[in-house]
Design a protein around this ligand. Sequence first.
Ligand SMILES: *Cc1c(COP(=O)(O)O)cnc(C)c1O
Length: 460
Amino acid sequence: MVTGPDVRRRVPRTDAVLDSPTVADAATRLGRPLVRAAVGRAQQRVRDGALTPDLDAVVAAVLDDLPPTASSLRPVVNATGVLLHTNLGRAPLSQAAVQAVVHAAGTTDVELDLATGRRARRGRGATAALAAAVPDAEAVHAVNNGAAALVLAATALAGGGLDRDVVMSRGEMVEVGDGFRLHELVASTGARLREVGTTNRTTAADVSAAFEAAAREGRRVGLVMKVHPSNFRVEGFTSAPSTADLARVCAGRAPLLVDTGSGLLSPRRDLPDEPDAATALRAGADLVTASGDKLLGGPQAGLVLGRADLVERLRRHPLARALRVDKLTLAALEATLTGPPPPVVAALEADLDQLRERARRCAAVMRTADPDLDVQVVDSEAVVGGGGAPGVVLPSVALSLPQAFAEPLRQPRGADRTPVVCRVEAGRCLLDLRSVAPEHDEHLAAAVARAAGAHTRGND
Ligand SMILES: *Cc1c(COP(=O)(O)O)cnc(C)c1O
């Protein structure tokens, strides 16, 4: 293609492109700056000689380049086999929760009682749903995330002006990810950390001794925290006091908070080592904290459940306002709790034979598109992920492709094509179907077929 001053003069003008009906429609939907930027990119391609200097071609290029929404966040198919992938937004919402979010997105009665016309308690629907799901909790409260729940509890019960001790086992000083460590988070509230026990062993007697040590120093324990090691496992010569043991030590002295992390509200038989809110409360925990977007399968949120007087102290603390959840979260949380099982639960419970059948069907579609495609249906091992159940292997089935597929699947060309994120293992690109919702199988197969086509064309 010829370039130079001649082509430059023939680049369609910005206004002409923006005035074309389809581009003008897109500008109404997405806003002018986004569309204008896409026009700029298309014009540059004309100058570079990569696109014909023709209005229709430029309009088509602009439309192809535009994102589906005005947000740069793109939906992604999670074929990593990690059910709760923090980099991929943890739990995908159920359809019920998505619809609730869409309905709540406009003006909504989040803090208004339509019957009386008076102000009402914010998020009462979500709170009622959570309380109904865990009858052992006298009261419940929701904040922005699990870390916020811990910060609020530590601040209201031991931090700031109170300057009290928070007792924590050295075996439970967890880094949740990206350098964020729970004990540093607690210390940042102004509470003083009193570490007890060792990395591998802590006993109830250690915690009891901490009360006495604090008293000798003229200090008070504001909170005893038991944190679930949700993303690692210590094996061998280990021990940690049970919630019931700790409850006996804490009774009448300081509240006991159990941070379960995972968001399980009641026990699951297939995850026997995963702590849950109901069991912890029944064993004597005064407060339980958990995340909303882990095994609960809901939106990012921090749940606080337990004794009414303590929950009320947290709710009335000034910091509670700063950690307040927004209406979209409240809508999604309530719908997750009252609606059908969310995708995470469906993925946990997916039947192995059905996963294999889905894999075979996907492979058949891929082979129809490219009979020479090197695709195999293989056994795989999925995991819950950083959100819980460390060390638990979930038997699964994957489609195995050459490693070269990983990149084009992650970066498909064209704005409306959903990226597929795989797991690279032993030089192969594995698409693990346990973390893929069945309704995405068709897209998965088509994406591989397209990548295979691009691959073959590239080799020509
Ligand atoms: C994940 C986790 C947290 C942090 O919760 P976020 O919702 O990610 O803020 C805290 N404690 C435990 C035990 C966890 O597993």
